[in-house]
Design a protein around this ligand. Sequence first.
Ligand SMILES: Nc1ncnc2c1ncn2[C@@H]1O[C@H](COP(=O)(O)OP(=O)(O)OP(=O)(O)O)[C@@H](O)[C@H]1O
Ligand SMILES: [Mg+2]
Length: 301
Amino acid sequence: MQVISVKSLEKIYANGVRALDCVDFEMKKGDFLGLLGANGAGKTTMISIFTGTVNKTAGSVNIFGIDIDKDHNSAKKKIGVVPQEFNFNIFEKVIDIVVQQAGYFGIPRKKALKNAEKLLKDLGLWSKRNNPAKELSGGMKRRLMIVRALVHDPKLLILDEPTAGVDVELRHSMWEYLKKLNESGVTILLTSHYLEEIEELCNDVVMIKKGKIVIKDTVSHVLKSIDEVTYVIDVDKVKKTFVAHNFVYKIIDENTLEVRITQKHTLNEFLRILDRNGMMISNLRPKSNRLEQLFLNILNA
Ligand SMILES: Nc1ncnc2c1ncn2[C@@H]1O[C@H](COP(=O)(O)OP(=O)(O)OP(=O)(O)O)[C@@H](O)[C@H]1O
Ligand SMILES: [Mg+2]
């Protein structure tokens, strides 16, 4: 069953900006897809077309087999959306924001209250239910957006930068929550600037650049195809006489080196050379997340 099917999608805004250009992709039930792209690449435009806040210029979008040109309302009922910007009334109470959203989808009040209670508890907001939303911290507001998106039990969840401005600990707990949700059968599409987030959560990745898809693949396949990783190595002291032929490396300071490992020579070989030169290794880490490196390569291509 196709959850999303997008064909030849195009969006040209009134000011002439071509935000999406001939985009094709599909998502199946249970997929967890990461949509990647630099600022202005077209991610929010795409999501907004799915959720009905932006009209497409050309192409077709089917959601759960429903053509949005024919019956967008039925399609929308199956989608939960966490937009990039907070868009609830900050003067309203947390519980009211959630229950009203359920009402919008025609869920009876009793059931809405039950759903709201479960979700607010799951996301650690139950104790704040009677506070106006303006009293929530930024991270709590993000979680409220997730609660509100899930209150009508959607089978497709779309999140636009869900963990922007969320601290590391909370981000990890949100990841756990999203993973469980996906395991329970909810198909998830998210955009993120944290490449680590996509690597951690998603099975598939779509990368867009200036409105066009440049990569559409599984995350594991994309990671395998990355044949170059830069490592940062801390040592007790870099010897003045140190040379490693056949390697591209940089001495950063007297305790740190950076080496670019390609498929020709392994990291182990480089570490052995350090060892032979009497340098003690105290730490070793990739310079950046691997997807991040690929992303930068593509952006600068
Ligand atoms: N309402 C609008 N009117 C005119 N142009 C717009 C409008 N919304 C977005 N754009 C333009 O369309 C392009 C894509 O914008 P979009 O918001 O989809 O990017 P994005 O990938 O979500 O970026 P970000 O990572 O910054 O959120 C940009 O050039 C943007 O300036
Ligand atoms: Mg955006």
